[in-house]
Design a protein around this ligand. Structure first.
Ligand code: ZN
Length: 316
């Protein structure tokens, strides 16, 4: 049991970050929000994360029937891959999803095929296992600005394109916090230096749109949050700096793509260029100059980011 207990981190406002155990520790979180005995999960990890999510409910003394919501910020499988399996355990929950993503959760075959194209079949199976469909009657299609209740609090669901067209974020205005999915980028706790977080954009295929992403970051900041909870990974503060760096880095990644748009060895140039760019940011951040560790922490994201940038170049 101690192994599972270590996967939970407690935050303010009734929030627990649960390590979804995706790829490596503290890479992807599901957040459990509890208010007045009612609960919601924000993102679910994959089907492999299910046991840990159910353990978290037990640890918090929440019955499976007390979970009102499964909030999937977008349908990428590290965020929503486990939603179908989780929904089967939660008799009273509804699953809120962006209208553009709803059919993918009700009928996940296209999602599965798309992810297999990105990861290859063998890695796909190891990462995600079986993706179960969600009964369409239990899916709540979240319009932009939709408001939902969780216990005594109101949550606003706002559309935030840029990382994905089917992405929404969850605003808890009373507590001055936002769950950002992938919209506010990635900030692994492994990169913290003296408690200072490091942030970078995720430009995963197939909807990356740099202008829309910067506008979505601005929209999040217009709520003046005190904390943002990222799926990758958990709470960050110091938001003015992080928002500025996020937008600068979105532009830097897009510029990198534009520079190599027509290069014959574009894929290679992009991957080397992105690592070099992130290395300069990590140097400035004061992160140890250990290239082996940097590659270990970054290479999967660099691969996905470069695929997404190439897809964007080919679309525009
Ligand atoms: Zn994503």
């Amino acid at each position: 049991m101690t192994g599972l207990a270590e996967k939970l981190s407690e935050f303010r406002a009734g929030i627990t970050a649960i390590d979804a155990d995706y790829v490596r520790p503290k890479l992807a979180a599901s957040h459990l929000v509890v208010d007045g005995g009612r609960a919601a999960f924000v993102d679910t990890g994959t089907t492999h994360s299910l046991a840990t999510l159910l353990y978290a409910l037990d640890a918090k003394g929440i019955g499976r029937g007390d979970v009102d919501w499964v909030l999937t910020t977008h349908v990428h499988l590290d965020h929503a891959g486990g939603a179908g399996a989780l929904m089967r355990e939660l008799p009273n929950a509804r699953c809120a999803v962006h209208p553009r993503g709803a059919r993918h959760l009700a009928e996940p075959s296209k999602l599965i095929a798309g992810s297999m194209a990105v990861y290859g079949e063998e890695r796909y199976r190891a990462l995600y296992g079986e993706i179960l469909p969600i009964d369409a009657a239990r899916i709540f299609e979240a319009a932009d600005g939709a408001r939902i209740r969780l216990g005594g609090r109101e949550l606003e669901l706002i559309h935030t394109p840029g990382h994905a067209l089917h992405h929404y974020c969850i605003v808890d205005a009373a507590n001055a916090l936002i769950f950002s999915g992938d919209t506010f980028g990635i900030s692994y706790r492994d990169f913290d230096v003296n408690g200072r977080p490091f942030i970078f954009p995720t430009t995963t295929p197939v909807h990356f749109d740099p202008d829309a992403l910067c506008r979505s970051v601005d929209r999040l900041m217009s709520y003046r949050p005190r904390s943002i909870f990222l799926t990758h990974y958990a709470e960050v503060t110091d938001l003015e700096r992080l928002a500025r760096e996020m937008k600068e880095r979105v532009v830097a990644f897009a510029d990198l793509g534009a520079r190599y748009r027509d290069a014959p060895d574009r894929a290679d140039k992009l991957r080397h260029g992105m690592f070099a760019m992130m290395a300069t940011w990590l140097d400035a951040h004061g992160f140890p100059r250990d290239d082996g560790r940097r590659h270990w922490l970054l290479d999967d994201d660099i691969e996905l980011n470069c695929q997404g940038i190439e897809n964007w170049l080919d679309r525009t």
